[in-house]
Structure formats: C-alpha cells, structure tokens
Write a protein that binds this ligand. Structure first.
Ligand SMILES: [Zn+2]
Length: 214
C-alpha cells in the first residue's frame, strides 16, 4: 500500500459557501424520530449515492460492509448547514466480524487516496456501514469511530440493515452530542429517476413537502 496519508484529513478549511438548498426535484424522507432530533445538518442524497450504498449493503449479508460518503457542504440562506452526498467509496481492507466493522490503517489510506484522485474538490461528509440482521443504531464502537474519525459537525453516519430494508442517518445534535438510537431521514435528489428509488420501510415520505418526485 502507498504510504501517502494515513489520516482522514480533509481539504484545507474554508468558509462554507452559501447556496440555496437543492429542494427542486427532491423528496424528503422522514424517520420516526424527527421530532426528537435537533441535528446541526440537513442531509441531501443523490439517488446515485443511495443506490451505490444499497448495492454494497446487499452484496454481503453475513458481514458488515461500509465505506465513506463523498460530497459537498454548504450553508443555506438561513444559516443552517447542509450536506449533499453525491458519491460513496467502498472501504477495502476492513476488519469485520458479524457485529462490527473497523477501518484499518490501510483502508483509511485507500479511502483518502481514492477521494483525492477520483473526487477532486469533494469532501468526506461521513461514512456508511451495514448491520445485517440487527437494527439501525450506533454501537458504542461505532460512536467511538464516528467521533474519532468524523468529528466535523456536519459529518454523518449512515447505517443500513439490508435484510429488513431499513436505514437512517446519525448526526451531531445542537449540543454536540450524538444519539446512538435516534436516526434522521434525508432528502432524496432525483438525479437518476423522477421515481423514488428509496426502499427503506422505516422512513415515510413527507406529505407536506412534495417536490417534483412522485
Ligand atoms: Zn455498527
């Protein structure tokens, strides 16, 4: 393996650019916990990224698999931060058992190199991993990993349960804490199809905020 970088260090810090939320052609998916949450970031996900993560999740139903979420961070006109998950990169060289996934030093190097080489100008906006035959939550190890490697306030953790077809995003709350059980939904962006591609049965479309998608 290359010895270029071993940390998930980011591009140099710069002010977040103010841009309107990409609400056109977006469909909001709500988790059962939205009222309990005060997340510091809103989450937009392209269908391409969603399908990439879902396909990866479906590819191994016996072990946890995962990777990183790649995209943009912006500030909306009202000052709130939002991320756009545009792509994802599968982690190689992970250590895994049936109940946990670890990014090894080699996988951190691989993910960082692929980000720099393949997605110039984009940032790691979080990570994803699967919990086959478990629920959608963060284990104490997951929480440790998230706060250690993905400590920016706008970095999120996506957990997918491929058997039951469930998923949700965990993000830092306004007090800086991370709730390991309450997950958030997201906005699905219609970059592939005007028909929704979201298959998680634990999320409901927001009836009050219908965009162009059916
Ligand atoms: Zn986990």
């Amino acid at each position: 393996m290359s010895e270029r970088r071993i940390k998930l260090s980011q591009a140099p810090q710069h002010e977040l650019e103010t841009q309107p939320r990409p609400l056109q052609d977006a469909l909001r998916w709500l988790s059962p916990y939205e009222d309990e949450l005060s997340g510091v970031v809103e989450i937009f996900v392209t269908q391409r990224a969603y399908l990439f993560c879902q396909d990866h999740a479906d590819s191994d139903l016996h072990h946890e698999v995962g990777g990183v979420l790649v995209g943009q961070v912006h500030r909306a006109e009202d000052g709130r931060t939002y991320i756009v998950v545009e792509d994802a990169i599968q982690a190689q060289h992970t250590d895994y058992g049936p109940t946990h996934l670890t990014f090894t030093q080699d996988s951190l190097v691989q993910l960082n190199n692929e980000l720099e080489d393949g997605y110039p100008g984009k940032r790691m906006v979080g990570w994803y991993h699967t919990h086959p035959r478990m629920d959608v939550f963060l284990s104490s190890y997951d929480t440790w990993l998230h706060t250690s490697l993905f400590g920016k306030p706008w970095q999120v953790a996506l957990v997918i349960e491929p058997f039951a077809g469930r998923g949700g995003f965990f993000c830092y709350q306004s007090g800086g804490q991370l709730d390991p059980h309450y997950y958030a939904g997201f906005y699905e962006m219609a970059d592939v199809s005007f028909e929704s591609v979201v298959s998680w049965e634990n999320l409901e479309p927001d009836e009050n905020e219908q965009g162009a998608m059916e």
